[in-house]
Design a protein around this ligand. Structure first.
Ligand code: UGA
Length: 426
């Protein structure tokens, strides 16, 4: 099958690559000429383990192509998959301007039957709006089918997720595109969920909002553990053993970040409000997340009452391990608050070097703690888990370690004479 994917961002690139691996002929287009030039030379603009090799291999096999000629490509391909960004606006609503630009191009060039698949995360009602827009522009409904086909991949594990999906969700108006959709993904063995256009959009939002809810629940439980001097790790263990609950997404800590969970939570709240519906649970999830950093700073100030002019080292600045993405990273928000309190901030991250001119970045994790008053682990990178704590101790000025991701063994840290504070425990 011939597919044109619009948008060479995270979702667009991984989906294009996976569909090429499945044997389809895929053209991935983006109006960003520099990005396309780089891709044509095998340079992948995002860090995703394994992606670069697969892109190079599939380009060589002539199954994967790149172009910046968006209009011509859209006109020539029978299946268009839209994977452009849908960022948050200042009021929390979703910015659909990139989607609208693609829809305008499709509408102005369509001359034979096309299946138009929306992969981007869009608010409930967007695909209905696309359908309606086409009809109002005089495009007959036998010339197109709109499909809402959200993506559930995680950054850093995107290829695994895309090759081993737990479901494939398709929202359609009619049954007409279903056979093509099944063939598109026929190499996978995941069950299909067929629903309406808006149903598929809501499944995507509900998934991310549920994950965010689990994390805020974990963070609230960790606050309660703190008060009753119970170790949250024990609670997590006991809770996770119940198969109705499960252990996933119950790690307490600095809270959730990234380009999806916070954005989708705000966007769904905004959509509900536009129908005069209050979202009390979503509001609480957001509020807990927004106050996590405050909580950890309070913890730090029990040992360092005056943070002004203290040297604080932050380990891990990406929004989670396994990525170079800093979007809505809780670690970055933490650094900003430390700077506001007058701290001298030093940082180390295995993937990111330059954070800002206000922060001293290091390329070595041990060097980064030299002369520091406190070390905060903000992102649970693997290399922090078994690091040399005696080296850390020998370099630090004071000995405070605040593990804001509960990722290291507190006893091992304490044995080296360091003062360890974790999540849901002192
Ligand atoms: C998320 C979803 O997990 C994907 O299913 C979805 O496809 C994607 O958004 C999207 O909409 O595109 P992602 O943003 O890559 O994926 O990151 P997650 O792995 O979900 O982590 C999000 C945040 O939650 C991170 O900051 C992480 O540190 C935090 N987190 C995660 C916790 O604080 N505790 C946990 O137990 C798990």
């Amino acid at each position: 099958m011939k597919i044109c994917i619009v948008g060479a961002g995270y979702v667009g690139l991984t989906t294009a690559t996976a569909l090429a691996v499945f044997g389809h002929e895929v053209l991935c287009v983006d109006r960003d000429q520099a990005k396309i030039d780089g891709l044509l030379q095998g340079k992948v603009p995002i860090y995703e383990p394994g992606l670069e090799d697969l892109i190079i291999e599939n380009c060589k096999e002539n199954r994967l192509h790149f172009s910046s000629n968006v209009k011509e490509s859209i006109r020539d391909y029978p299946i268009i998959l839209i994977a452009v960004g849908t960022p948050s606006q200042n009021d929390g609503s979703c910015n659909l301007s990139f989607i609208k630009q693609v829809i305008e191009i499709i509408a102005s060039t369509i001359n034979n039957y096309k299946i138009i698949i929306t992969k981007s995360t869009v608010p409930p009602g967007t695909n209905e709006w696309i359908q309606q827009t086409f009809l109002e522009m005089g495009i007959k409904d036998d010339l197109f089918d709109i499909v809402s086909n959200p993506e559930f991949l995680r950054e850093g594990r995107a290829l695994w997720d895309i090759f081993h999906p737990n479901k494939l969700v398709f929202g359609t108006k009619t049954d007409r595109p279903l056979e093509v959709l099944k063939k598109l993904y026929q190499k996978g063995s995941a069950p299909f969920v067929f629903t309406s256009l808006t149903g598929a959009e809501l499944i995507k939002y509900a998934s991310n909002v549920f994950l965010a809810t689990k994390i805020s629940f974990a963070n609230e439980m960790a606050r309660i553990c703190d008060v009753f001097q119970v170790d949250y790790a024990d609670l997590h263990k006991g809770l996770g053993m119940d198969p109705r609950i499960g252990p996933d997404f119950l790690n307490a800590g600095l809270g959730f970040g990234g380009s999806c969970l916070p954005k989708d939570l705000s966007s769904l709240k905004h959509s509900a409000l536009s129908h005069q519906l209050e979202t009390k649970l979503l509001d609480a999830v957001m509020e807990i997340n927004d106050t996590q950093i405050e909580l950890y700073l309070k913890k730090l100030s029990t040992e360092l009452p005056d943070l002004a002019d203290k040297q604080i080292t932050v380990w891990g600045v990406t929004f989670k391990p396994g990525t170079d993405d800093l979007r809505s990273s809780p670690a970055i928000a933490l650094i900003q608050q430390l700077l506001q309190k007058g701290c001298r901030v030093h940082a180390y991250d295995p993937m990111v070097q330059l954070i800002s001119s206000d922060v001293t970045s290091h390329s070595n994790q041990y060097e980064s703690v030299s002369n520091s008053d406190a070390l905060i682990i903000a992102t649970e990178w693997e290399q922090f888990l078994n690091c040399n704590w005696s080296e850390v101790k020998s370099r630090m000025k004071r000995s405070i370690v605040l593990d804001a991701r509960n990722c290291v063994d507190g006893e091992i840290v304490r044995r080296q004479g360091l003062q360890y504070m974790g999540v849901g425990k002192r």
